[in-house]
Ligand binder design. Structure first.
Ligand SMILES: [Zn+2]
Length: 380
């Protein structure tokens, strides 16, 4: 069944470059958009394609510090490369290049526009695949992220008096979002990710539970490397869904980073497109106003396929498993051979699985012990 939903897009999403050697490629946005369009998932009824506007600086100041925004603006107007490591700007991960600030504001503006349309009831769900920059801090770029669109949007919702649940399935911990709401029970943040033991951003342990009135409202489920779909589903069923049902937020915000997929070159989790599609379906079943954002993902063909699946679920449309011929030709030109949209089923090696399972069960037991009393639940 289709319902009113907004797909945010701008042809400006892919008009910058982080550099030839940088793993993040903006080309994935156009690729995903073209796949989604060719699958006829943007056709009426119910679907609105929304142009992503430039976010106002006043809106960014809801979270970001003025001196940081000033640096970002100044540096991205300069044709020569600039750096100031106090602000995380200009290093290998977070390069500064002409047009960066306008680009980041366009991405953030898309998330805000989607949020406003949700809050007015104009749409029931909205997807900004170019959003989800969960590592950005108030005055520091980090992990390819400059403006934390999720935080800016959630702050706006909180100012409207709304309670928000944020669910982040990116392979990296959603540290910037957690940090922004660590002291608050008005925002429940849940992040599932690869363990920070030897992996950026080195946070996201189950013991990080929030602070003061926010204690019990920051939830982290780290996975050992090689965790596969089975463990993801186990964690989602055991902790994420019971918490969301008990918390009953006014708005759901989800970050759909897809670098947890086994084909991703930067991470070591072994999940498949099935968990992305399942997660979207499960979240949709909650029937809440729902903002979905993109996030990491460095195998751009699989990113496009995954976000097409997410959008298929959000817009209530069936997504066939065969890739359209135009898209196949386009990815063939990029050197990728692929016929099917969904990954084949995949299971981690038994010894890897056992290790990851044992670690997960220990984290789930810890979370159950600490969260069950606060949320009056019996998590298992
Ligand atoms: Zn990531």
């Amino acid at each position: 069944m289709s319902e009113r939903c907004a797909f945010v897009y701008s042809s400006r999403f892919d008009d910058v470059s982080y550099g030839d050697d940088h793993p993040f490629k903006v080309a994935r946005y156009r690729l995903a958009y073209e796949l989604i369009r060719e699958l006829e998932l943007l056709a009426p009824p119910g679907v609105t394609v929304v142009e992503s506007p430039l976010a106002d600086e006043a809106e960014l100041l809801r979270f970001h510090r003025a001196d940081y925004l000033e640096k970002l603006r100044e540096f991205s107007l300069d044709p020569d490369p600039r750096a100031d490591f106090r602000y995380g700007l200009g290093d290998i991960e977070n390069p500064v290049f002409p047009g960066l600030y306008a680009w980041a504001r366009t991405v953030c503006g898309g998330t805000l526009e989607a949020t406003r349309r949700l809050a007015t009831g104009e749409v029931r769900s909205a997807f900004n695949m170019a959003g989800g920059w969960h590592h950005a801090h108030a005055a520091k770029a980090s992990g390819f992220s400059y403006l934390n669109d999720a935080v800016v949007a959630i702050q706006w919702l909180v100012q409207q008096g709304l309670r928000v649940a944020y669910v982040d399935i990116d392979a990296h911990h959603g540290d910037g979002v957690q940090e922004a709401f660590y002291d608050s029970s008005q925002v429940l943040t849940i992040s599932l990710h690869e363990t920070g033991d030897d992996f950026f951003p080195h946070t996201g342990y189950s013991r990080e539970l929030g602070h003061g009135p926010g204690y019990g409202y920051a939830v982290n489920i780290p996975f050992l490397r090689h965790a596969d779909d089975r463990l993801f589903r186990r964690a989602f069923d055991a902790v994420v869904m019971p918490l969301l049902k008990s918390y009953r937020p006014d708005v759901l915000v989800s970050q759909f980073g897809v670098d947890s997929l086994r084909t991703d070159p930067l991470t070591r989790l072994e999940m498949t497109t099935a968990v992305i599609e399942d997660t979207a379906r499960t979240l949709r079943s909650l029937g809440l106003p729902w903002l979905a954002l993109g996030g990491g993902g460095y195998d751009k063909v699989n990113v496009a396929c995954s976000w097409a699946l997410v959008w298929g679920v959000m817009s209530g449309r069936a997504v066939p498993d065969t890739l359209p011929p135009h898209f196949r030709a386009r990815i063939a030109a990029l050197g990728a051979e692929r016929k099917k949209l969904r990954d084949d089923e995949h299971f981690a090696r038994p010894d890897d699985f056992s290790r990851a399972q044992e670690a997960l069960e220990s984290n789930l037991a810890f979370l159950s012990a600490h969260l069950s009393p606060i949320h009056r639940l019996a998590l298992r």
